[in-house]
Design a protein around this ligand. Structure first.
Ligand SMILES: Cc1cc2nc3c(=O)[nH]c(=O)nc-3n(C[C@H](O)[C@H](O)[C@H](O)COP(=O)(O)OP(=O)(O)OC[C@H]3O[C@@H](n4cnc5c(N)ncnc54)[C@H](O)[C@@H]3O)c2cc1C
Length: 422
C-alpha cells in the first residue's frame, strides 16, 4: 500500500518552547490576530518555569553576583557556599564566561543592566495580572511583596547599590526592625541583622499551574499546541517547517523560546550564543508547629528562598554552575536545608528527591529578545536567567508587538540579540 502523505498545516508563526516565555509570546501573538503554533516536546511549563520561587519582582537592578576572589572561590570549592557552587573543572571551563559576567556586573556594565531592566520590571506585575485575570489564574497570585533577609551588616551594606537604584527608579521598599519583621512573619527567626520588604512585588502559590492556565487560555483563544522536537526545525523557501507528532507544520516565521536549550538549536542554525545553565533545585517541606509564611523570603547571603506554595514550603536553592545535563548534586539541597532551618522551622520533606532546573543565563544577565541578527524569519526570546517568571509576560508582549509591526511601547534595543555579534 502506498505510504499516505503526511499533512502539512500552515501557520503565521511557530513559537518553539512552552515555558512561561514561549507561552506568553504565543498568547500575545494570538491576541494580535496571528495563527500561532506553540511547540514543545512535553507539557507546557514543566522545566524552569515549573520549579522556581514564584516571585514576580519589581526590584532587582543589579545582576546576581558570582564571587571570583580567591578566598571566596576557595570557600565554594570546599562546598561551604549555599549561594553559589561549582567544581574546579566547571570553573576552568567557564572562566572566560565568568570574566564577561563579572565585567557586566560592575561599573558601566551594572549601570547598563539597571537602565535596560528597570522599565521591564515596571510592567512585570501588571502584565502578569492582565494575563492571569483573562485565564482565571489570578487565584494563584498574592500581594504582600517579598522579603530580603541579611544575616550580617556587611551583607546588608553590599545591597546599597540595589537600594540606590530602587530609589532612582521609584520602587518602594521598607527597612524592617526585628520587631517589625516578627509582626510581618512571626514564623521567622527574627535575629537576622536586617530585613527589607519589597512591597510592590507579588508572588504565586504554584508557578507551574500558572503557566498551565496561561497555556489553556492561549488554546481557548484559538492557538494550536503541537508536540515536537524543536531541533527538527528546518529552513524552507520562505519560512520554516517542523515535523510534529501529528504531521508537519510550516510558517514564514519562528520564535526560539527554548530557555536553557535555546543555544543548542541556534548553534545548529549557525548562530552561537554564550548561554550558560545556572542550575537550581527545590524541595517542599511541611512547616513545623503549624508555623507558615505569608510571602517569599530570600536569605541573600545564603542564596536560597522559602516560598509558601500549595504544596508546602518550597525551598529553592542558589546557583549551581554545572553542565546543564549533568546528574544532580544532592549536597546542594542538603546545605540549603541546613541554612534554611536556622531561620525557619522546616518539618518533614514532602518529596523523596529534589526537583532540578536550569536558569538560562547570558553573560550580561539580560535576555536576548528581538530578531536574529543573521537568520531571516527567526526571532529570539530567551536567556531570562533569574527573572524569567517575572519577565515572561513582559518580553512576550514586547516581542509579539515587534513581530506584528505594532512598535513596542518600550525601547527594547538593549535586549537585541545582535549585541553578541558586534
Ligand atoms: C530554583 C529557581 C528559582 C527561580 N526563581 C525565580 C523567581 O522567583 N522569579 C523569577 O522571575 N524567576 C525565577 N527563576 C527563573 C525562571 O524560572 C526562568 O528564568 C524561567 O522559567 C525561564 O523560562 P523559559 O520559558 O525561558 O524556560 P523553560 O521554562 O525552561 O522552558 C523551556 C521550554 O522549552 C522546551 N524545550 C527544550 N528543548 C526542547 C526541544 N528540543 N523541543 C521542544 N521543546 C523543547 C522545554 O520542554 C520547556 O518547556 C528561578 C529559576 C530556578 C531554577
Amino acid at each position: 500500500m502506498a505510504k499516505q502523505a503526511r499533512q502539512l498545516k500552515s501557520f503565521d508563526i511557530i513559537v518553539l518552547g512552552a515555558g512561561i516565555v514561549g507561552v506568553c509570546t504565543a498568547l500575545h501573538l494570538r491576541r494580535l490576530g496571528l495563527e500561532v503554533a506553540l511547540v514543545d516536546r512535553g507539557h507546557p511549563g514543566e522545566e524552569a518555569s515549573f520549579g522556581n520561587a514564584g516571585i514576580v519582582q519589581c526590584n532587582g537592578f543589579t545582576p546576581h553576583a558570582i564571587p571570583l576572589r580567591p578566598l571566596e572561590l576557595l570557600g565554594i570549592a570546599l562546598g561551604q557556599s549555599s549561594a553559589v557552587s561549582f567544581d574546579f573543572g566547571t570553573l576552568v571551563r567557564l572562566l572566560p564566561w565568568l570574566r564577561r559576567y563579572h565585567a557586566a556586573s560592575i561599573g558601566r556594565g551594572a549601570e547598563t543592566y539597571s537602565r535596560v531592566i528597570a522599565p521591564l520590571r515596571a510592567f512585570a506585575v501588571q502584565d502578569h495580572l492582565d494575563i492571569a485575570e483573562a485565564t482565571l489564574a489570578d487565584r494563584f497570585y498574592r500581594k504582600g511583596g517579598w522579603l530580603h533577609l541579611y544575616r550580617s551588616e556587611a551583607g546588608y551594606q553590599k545591597s546599597e547599590t540595589e537600594h540606590h537604584y530602587a530609589r532612582v527608579f521609584g520602587v518602594s521598599y521598607d527597612e524592617l526592625t526585628p520587631a517589625e519583621l516578627n509582626t510581618l512573619e512571626p514564623g521567622l527567626n527574627a535575629n537576622s541583622a536586617r530585613a527589607v520588604h519589597w512591597t510592590q512585588s507579588c508572588s504565586v502559590s504554584n508557578p507551574g499551574a500558572v503557566v498551565d492556565a496561561f497555556w489553556r487560555g492561549f488554546v481557548q483563544d484559538g492557538g494550536s499546541y503541537i508536540r515536537a522536537d524543536a531541533r527538527k526545525l528546518e529552513p524552507q523557501r520562505g519560512g520554516w517547517s517542523l515535523e510534529g507528532e501529528l504531521g508537519s507544520i510550516f510558517a514564514p516565521q519562528a520564535v526560539v523560546a527554548l530557555g536553557a536549550w535555546s543555544a543548542d538549536l541556534l548553534s545548529a542554525l549557525g548562530e552561537d550564543y554564550p548561554l550558560v545553565a545556572k542550575r537550581g533545585y527545590h524541595m517542599h517541606f511541611q512547616p513545623r508547629q503549624g508555623v507558615s509564611l505569608s510571602r517569599p523570603v530570600v536569605d541573600v547571603e545564603n542564596g536560597f528562598a522559602l516560598t509558601p506554595t500549595e504544596n508546602g514550603i518550597r525551598l529553592t536553592t542558589g546557583v549551581e554552575l554545572a553542565e546543564r545535563d549533568a546528574p544532580p548534586n544532592p549536597k546542594i539541597v542538603k546545605l540549603a536545608k541546613r541554612r534554611a532551618g536556622e531561620i525557619f522551622p522546616l518539618g518533614r520533606a514532602l518529596e523523596e528527591e529534589p526537583w532540578m532546573g536550569s536558569r538560562p543565563c547570558l553573560p550580561d544577565s539580560l535576555p536576548a529578545v528581538g530578531p536574529s541578527p543573521t537568520i531571516p524569519g527567526l526571532w529570539l526570546n530567551f536567556g531570562h536567567a533569574h527573572d524569567g517568571f517575572t519577565l515572561g509576560p513582559v518580553t512576550g508582549r514586547l516581542l509579539a508587538e515587534q513581530i506584528a509591526g505594532k512598535g513596542p511601547v518600550l525601547d527594547i534595543s538593549g535586549l537585541a540579540p545582535a549585541r553578541f555579534f558586534d
